[in-house]
Design a binder for this molecule. Structure first.
Ligand code: SF4
Ligand code: SF4
Length: 189
């Protein structure tokens, strides 16, 4: 329905003086802003010339952790794949060749392009087998390169395990608390 003529309010543009026509106030305001920023600490990080200053809880490329015997820690419980909102974890479980667990991941694949780096997989894992590292410069020339298989995820662990930025968040390389036998509770005195 068209608006009635009486309801239309015409707004007149402000009258400009000579200064305004010469853009002098706008130019001076712009120069003042530039001068102010010249004496402030820059907030732009000069990547890639300088390494970015990442927060300690930065979530980058995944890794699959190894236990103290160098075996993949994962017990193929599918908790991470179930928790993943992007459905980018694909695991094929198989009977474990080792006596301390029932299953292990025959294949373990993460589509790093589909991942939203939310960290839910790390939160869900009962044995701290999957962790997100501080590796941020993830690049590839094809989609296939960005689909990480078990070997690649284990190689990220090998690459990052000694980095002070990516400490392994489990003790002594064991399978972690959830898979260890229950400890004796101290008797009340
Ligand atoms: S970080 Fe989030 S989106 Fe990425 S694999 Fe883990 S759960 Fe899925
Ligand atoms: S939650 Fe942990 S143990 Fe379970 S399948 Fe995922 S990585 Fe493996």
């Amino acid at each position: 329905m068209p608006i009635a003529e009486k309801d239309v309010k015409w707004v007149e543009p402000p009258k400009l003086g000579l200064f305004d026509y010469l853009y002098v106030p706008a130019v001076v305001t712009g120069l003042m802003t530039t001068a102010r920023h010249m004496f402030q600490k820059p907030v732009t990080q000069q990547y890639p010339e300088q390494e970015p200053d990442l927060p300690p809880n930065y979530r980058g490329v995944h890794r699959l952790n190894r236990d103290e015997q160098g075996r993949v820690k994962c017990v193929a419980c599918y908790m991470c794949a179930t928790a993943c909102p992007a459905h980018c974890i694909d695991i094929v479980a198989a009977p474990s060749p080792w006596p301390d667990r029932e299953k292990y991941p025959e294949t373990f694949v993460i589509d790093e392009l589909r991942c939203i780096y939310c960290g839910m997989c790390e939160e869900a894992c009962p044995v701290d087998a999957i962790e997100l590292t501080s590796l941020y410069d993830l690049t590839g020339l094809s989609r296939e390169e960005m689909i990480f298989d078990k070997e690649k995820l284990l190689s990220v662990y090998d690459q990052t395990k000694n980095s002070p930025k990516d400490p392994v968040r489990t003790s002594a390389g064991r399978l972690s608390v959830a898979s260890e036998p229950p400890r004796e509770t101290p008797k009340a005195s």
